[in-house]
Design a protein around this ligand. Structure first.
Ligand code: WTA
Length: 660
């Protein structure tokens, strides 16, 4: 079977086949890989416990499929092209041969530092080729990588390291992001004070700034690599051995470690990359995500390399040195396929067309969008100004838990429709259900988006807590995987993602749980309680609106620090006359930055004397969401609340804050 779908008719036939004969369909894809031992059963599954296994008893190493098997034909083909944060720093290109050698060397380094199959390794790194090398070296030695986005705080790193008892930490002295230099090692050192499982820290020199190295624990990447050989036999892994853990926010409590396994992840990312982007041999593929997110795992590292493609890694940010950086880089590297997030598009759009017009962008063939709903205006701007109306815009819907794209156009092959993710990929069986879990038939309907059959990339468990996985994804509706998204299926059968229906926010394409942010805010000594909701934000898609109850007495006594610098961007709320309001808001934002990350800072903070709660004490977020959206016309019945008056007060407070 030819894996690459080449016509709409073939898509329809392949889709039907994948539904009628799912095991046969995936067998044929999996057959093309290098296996140390073939699987003897394709699929075992139930969504009750849940338990999903693909390609049972198969033995393989994913890096042999990403690297070794391409060497004979494509050893000298660029695997990674790296673009620095600094426009004046030269590109780095690693061919498949070179990448293979580096991965083997680092695998030896890991082994020399005591890593064995099954160990968990935390990666907290800049967007440099060494991050991709580290991911692959972990996979080659059979260790489970847990990449933590290098914008997270030391507390977030420590929590993630401890949750998985990571043995090693790979990091760098620092990183460059726009005009900032961030001391990564210092952030790590703070985390390492409370991570007893870490035995060794391997530090890459990127910024050459002065850092502390703890003798016996911390070693330099470059000196370890010098000692290491460029050959390393890939460790034999079972199809269902874990490949990686990636933490993501849910609707409750702390982030959970989504676990993906070897073979299913490999087959799924390979297949979706090939078909959605219609991969061609000469492609220069650029996904602008950070490898710290699932998009970077699947479509910077694994998907492209499994296909033998050339993948671009970018260290910087879209607006440095100016808002033309993406477009300049596309021309410079002759990028053919470009994949980014709506937030980036909206922010570049806001900077003005003069940052686009100097560039030709004539090498582009396909453009893509991921991570959040793309609004109509951004869709057309992207399609018109970047894709020049000739590149199909693939709006790809998927999640950390799904490993790869589930609903998306296939470039050139299936139709696109602004703001629609359109059609399911072969092997993907979406259904829309109502609140009772009944499957809604027909078209022109809206419901909760679920999957009724497993695909090879489906989440296997949440690390160390399988029950949490069941609760979060498989308990809402019987025998269905629940995505947490609301969705519409239009008259033509195309899917349009409406957004989360649970307490998960999507800020600039980053997932954050309301509870997570509330817990951080509540750490402020003057905060008694808080409730956080998302509201529509022009650039970020969603912004964070925090309703905060403060300990009025200590505020009145002037406990809030007046010396803290004021940060712009807050709505001013006069519902309580707070002397040191700006400083207080600033403290809240700092605490959230410190506990989670700057990406989780609330945009608006409203001080309230109470929160709308049911008699059983549950916060009525629906009401807060409406107020945050500025739509207070229809708040529904508030008479059943514990204290209906509180809604009036919050409305008034919000009215003032939105005017300011
Ligand atoms: C949202 C990112 C609309 C959605 C790959 C999902 C989208 C969550 C789209 C997963 C899209 C992702 N259109 N919404 N094309 N892609 N989402 O785990 O709400 O960071 O549930 O994975 O992002 O976010 P995650």
């Amino acid at each position: 079977m030819q894996h690459k779908i080449t016509s709409f008719d073939q898509y329809q036939k392949t889709y039907q086949y994948s539904v009628n004969e799912p095991e046969q369909f995936w067998n044929e894809i999996a057959d093309s890989f290098v296996w140390k031992q073939k699987w003897n059963k394709t699929l075992e599954w139930n969504f009750k416990t849940p338990d999903v296994k693909w390609f049972l008893n198969g033995k393989l190493n994913i890096t042999e499929n990403c690297l070794d098997r391409h060497l004979e034909k494509n050893g000298n083909k660029p695997a990674i092209i790296w673009e620095s944060n600094d426009v004046n720093e030269a590109n780095r290109t690693l061919t498949y041969n070179e990448l293979h050698a580096e991965v083997c060397r680092l695998s030896n380094v890991l082994q020399n530092n005591g890593v064995v199959k099954g160990d968990r390794i935390c990666l907290y790194m800049p967007m440099i080729p060494e991050l991709a090398i580290a991911v692959l070296a972990c996979a080659r030695i059979g260790a489970i990588h847990s990449v933590v986005f290098a914008g997270f705080s030391s507390k977030s790193i420590a929590d993630r390291i401890n949750d998985a008892s990571c043995k090693l930490l790979l990091t760098a002295d620092g990183l460059y992001r726009g005009n900032k230099t961030i001391n990564l090692k210092e952030i790590c050192d703070e985390a390492l004070a409370s991570t007893p499982s870490i035995e060794k820290v391997i530090v890459y020199q990127r910024t050459h700034q002065k850092i502390d190295m703890q003798i016996g624990r911390d070693v330099w990447w470059h000196s370890e690599m010098q000692k290491a050989a460029t050959h390393f036999d890939a460790v034999e892994m079972d199809s269902e051995d874990p490949l990686f853990i990636l933490y993501t926010s849910g609707s409750t409590g702390k982030p959970k470690g989504v676990v993906h396994t070897q073979a299913g992840y490999m087959v799924y990312t390979y297949y979706t990359f090939l078909n959605v982007f219609q991969y061609e041999e000469d492609d220069i593929f650029w996904c602008t995500a950070d490898i710290g997110w699932i998009t970077g795992h699947s479509y910077i590292v694994y998907g492209p390399l499994l296909n033998g493609a050339t993948t671009v890694m970018f260290e910087g940010i879209p607006t440095y040195p100016d808002a033309g950086r993406f477009w300049a880089t596309i021309d410079k590297l002759k990028v053919t396929k470009f994949y980014t997030a709506p937030t980036a598009i909206r922010s570049l759009m806001a900077n003005g067309i003069e940052f686009v017009t100097p560039y030709k962008l004539d090498t582009l063939r396909v453009i893509g969008s991921v991570g959040e709903p793309i609004n109509e205006e951004a869709w057309h701007w992207y399609h018109h100004h970047i894709g020049k109306e000739k590149c199909p815009l693939v709006d790809t819907w998927w999640q950390t838990e799904t490993a790869g794209i589930l609903i998306s156009p296939l470039a050139f092959i299936t139709p696109t429709k602004p703001t629609y993710a359109t059609l399911p990929l072969p092997g993907v069986q979406p259904v829309l259900v109502d609140a009772q879990g009944s499957i809604l038939q027909g078209n022109d309907i809206e419901g909760f988006l679920c999957m009724q059959f497993p695909w090879p990339g489906i989440i296997r468990t949440t690390y160390g807590d399988h029950e949490r996985c069941r609760q979060a994804y498989f308990a809402s509706f019987d025998n269905l995987y629940f995505t947490g998204d609301g969705c519409r299926r239009d008259a033509d059968g195309y899917y349009r993602i409406i957004g989360r229906v649970d307490d998960v926010m999507n800020v600039s394409g980053h997932r954050l749980g309301t509870a997570e942010v509330e817990n951080a805010i509540n750490e402020h000594p003057n905060v008694i309680e808080s409730a956080v909701v998302a509201y529509p934000h022009d650039i970020k898609g969603q912004g964070i609106y925090a309703f905060v109850i403060v300990d009025k007495q200590s505020i009145d006594q002037g406990v809030v620090d007046t010396d803290a610098p004021f940060e712009e961007g807050a709505g001013i709320d006069n519902s309580l006359q707070l002397l040191n309001r700006a400083a207080f808001e600033n403290e809240i934002r700092n605490i959230v930055s410190k506990i989670i990350s700057p990406i989780a800072k609330p945009d608006k903070i409203q001080i309230v004397s109470g929160l709308p709660k049911t008699r059983s004490g549950k916060i009525m977020r629906r009401i807060l969401r409406k107020i945050a959206e500025g739509d207070i016309s229809n708040l529904g019945d508030t008479t059943t609340l514990l204290d209906p008056n509180v809604v009036e007060e919050i409305k008034q407070g919000a009215g003032i804050s939105t005017k300011n």
